[in-house]
Design a binder for this molecule. Structure first.
Ligand code: PLP
Length: 365
């Protein structure tokens, strides 16, 4: 599924084994106080694993908050877009559109600054690529520039290689990395804030991650209610109020698994191979399957494709489900097929899907 998505079996099995008696405490981790030593250890381990796996320099904070990436769409401008300033948005899909729309609403409601569309790659009502650097209309002295690293619905991602790098900007760069964080190596120092819902590569839904440069947090608005200021959560190590403790515990398990698998470099190699198995099948199908996304911007997390007719797409999803391949229907706003192949999706499952695709094409093509 696109999210909530597969979690590593090892992380879930560990949770099953520890569910009722955590660490010999006679209580579930869910029943421990968030101020107690037992939970605090898990909490800090989860935070430290994020920093370690992403190789974050010391001047970055890792926060666990709530509200999903959708709340961050509003909270980012609330914190960082002051009156008299402009925030630049680069839109490469539906989630970027939402981010702009919420920023506009927030700037109106909170007497913030202006929101400027620095680029949109929308074309024939859809998105198939990220913009080139020379297509960006950036505002000098912008409060920040916002982009989306992987558009989950359209399967459009800033590529791994040098062909479509992240935007190079003077202003602080903020990135919604909900659906590809920890799926590949990315130099995090190019960003001032990164955020995302946890429910793809990090853990279960209900946890939202925010990674921010301390200097950026310091600059955030101070006239907001404390709970809305990211600064508050940084100062309190994400323990200002009761955090989603069980969710963060599962984040800990998921990241411990990722580390044991060899970390981000190892998972990236696995993810690249998984994605190639599907794209090769699509491209080698003689036109039966068609991926609309520009080759340079094809996502390694969400692979989208079409079949010749909606009827065939429906039959494809139904037959796949009968073979226990779940969640392949494209997002309702775009149709088609989407395979969400995040970190915890095993290569063998992707190979099984590719084999099914070949068989289906032979029978129905
Ligand atoms: N941004 C991206 C790229 C997403 O994929 C999603 C959800 O799928 C969201 C934002 C919204 O996240 P949430 O449901 O956690 O608010």
């Amino acid at each position: 599924n696109a999210g909530p998505a597969s979690l590593p079996f090892a992380a879930l099995a560990r949770a099953r084994d520890e569910l009722i008696d955590f660490d010999g405490s006679g209580m579930s981790v869910m029943e421990h106080s968030h101020r107690g030593k037992v939970y605090e250890k898990v909490h800090h381990e989860a935070t430290a694993l994020v920093a370690e796996l992403l190789e974050l320099p010391k001047d970055y904070d890792v926060l666990f908050v709530q509200g999903g990436a959708s709340m961050a769409f509003a909270q980012i401008p609330m914190n960082f877009l002051e009156a008299g300033k402009t925030a630049d948005y680069i839109v490469t899909g539906a989630w970027g559109e939402k981010a702009v729309s919420e920023a506009r609403a927030m700037s109106k409601a909170a007497n913030g600054g202006e929101v400027h569309m620095a680029a949109s790659t929308q074309q024939d009502k859809t998105y198939v690529r990220v913009p080139r650097q020379d297509e960006l209309s950036l505002t000098p002295g912008a409060a920040y520039v916002h982009c989306t690293s992987n558009e989950t619905i359209h399967g459009v991602e800033y590529a791994l290689g040098p062909s479509t790098p992240f935007p190079k900007v003077q202003a602080p760069l903020i990135c919604d990395m909900s659906s590809d964080i920890l799926g590949r190596r990315v130099d995090m120092t190019q960003f001032d804030v990164v955020y995302g819902g946890a429910q793809k590569n990090i853990g279960p839904s209900g946890v939202t991650i925010v990674i921010a440069k301390k200097s950026m947090l310091d600059r955030g608005r101070k006239d907001l209610p404390a709970i809305f200021q990211y600064r508050t959560h940084a100062e309190n190590k994400s323990l200002y109020n009761t955090p989603p403790t069980f969710g963060i515990y599962l984040v800990r398990n998921t990241l411990a698994w990722l580390k044991s698998e060899g970390g981000v470099a190892a998972i990236e190699a696995r993810n690249v191979k998984k994605a190639a198995a599907l794209y090769d099948t699509i491209d080698g199908s003689g036109g039966f399957y068609r991926c609309p996304v520009d080759k340079a911007c094809r996502s390694i997390m969400n692979v989208v494709w079409r079949l010749p007719t909606p009827e065939l797409e429906e039959a494809f999803v139904k037959e796949a489900e009968a073979q226990q391949m779940i969640g392949l229907k494209g997002h309702r706003s775009v149709g088609g097929i989407r395979a969400s192949i995040y970190n915890a999706v095993e290569p063998a499952w992707v190979d099984a899907l590719a084999a099914f695709m070949k068989d289906f094409a032979k029978r129905r093509g």
